[in-house]
Design a protein around this ligand. Sequence first.
Ligand SMILES: *Cc1c(COP(=O)(O)O)cnc(C)c1O
Length: 377
Amino acid sequence: MINFNIPPFTGRELEYIEEAVKNRKLCGDGPFTKRCNRFLEELTGATKALLTTSCTHATEMAAMLCDVGPGDEVIMPSYTFVSTADAFVLRGARAVFVDIHPETMNMDERLVEQAITESTKAIVPVHYAGVCCEMDEINRIARKHRLMVVEDAAQAILSEYKGKAAGTLGDFGCYSFHETKNLSMGEGGALLIKDAKYVERAEIIREKGTNRSKFFRGEIDKYTWVDAGSSYLPSELNAAYLWAQLEIARQIIDDRMASWNYYREALRDLADDGRIELPFIPEGCRHNAHMFFIKARDLEERTALIRFLKENGIGAVFHYVPLHSSEAGVRLGRFSGEDRYTTRESERLVRLPLYYGMGNAVEQVSAAVHEFYSAAR
Ligand SMILES: *Cc1c(COP(=O)(O)O)cnc(C)c1O
């Protein structure tokens, strides 16, 4: 049996969790959380990085820091995970969906400007599969129309766009450390902040609307309720697990990249014959091997392929149901322009197993895909 995903485990997680337990410091912002924050700042060049309880929560924080509220509109792809929209509709905003580039499945930056109205507050590019959107153009549009840019960089830790870290390209960047992502803490994420003027309010929102962070730094002698906020601070136990991964983050990405490259070479002939399509990495993008997908001819062929792989003990999956056609999306959003690619391409896409330390499994999966396509169909 080859699983679709196995959460990363590097070997030192239990040691660090034990250390956190012995520190008698289990709530948030202890030594491990601080170490992770600092590591992320050094890795990315972000002014501030704050671990959060999830990427969804980091995006909620970004929505609050952008002062998104009822009546506002936020532009994003329809081809994304629900959290991208949730964080903003939770504040009363409307999601405005635009179509994607079929090669990368990223939001088509050429369609953003036509989606802008008087009510638009922010643009939310999603770096699908750890491949960055065309951020120069998105940032140009945002500056011109005075909009905020929140990167959903859930899948993009250690990815780069023109030499800069994903998550530092807009005003805010949101990472996920869910167990399905390259680096994990079970459930968790991080908010990256570019402009120092947002740091204090971010700390307050993350600490239930209190200035407790300032108190712990000794800047004030008691802490109090100063703003609306929530509880977005992960436990030290989760941060300890993450620290073991961050320590060897590059090694984890390199291992995944070896599998990613193997898939691409092994399946190239099927692509050359026009049977399938492979991922495309635009110039200037350095990806993090988060995902290897192929595209079948259509929904019917994809269903047959996933079934065939399953019969051969291989877990391959598809995603996403486009948000604009989902029950909530119909109510809470609208599609701007024409859905040329979102629905059609999402129905063709299959994600193959990819995880840290998958070893020879990548060869077995590639062979099974070949077998499927060599049978007369
Ligand atoms: C995983 C993911 C999220 C949500 O991350 P959580 O940490 O589970 O909240 C959001 N957006 C995208 C694109 C994702 O892949």
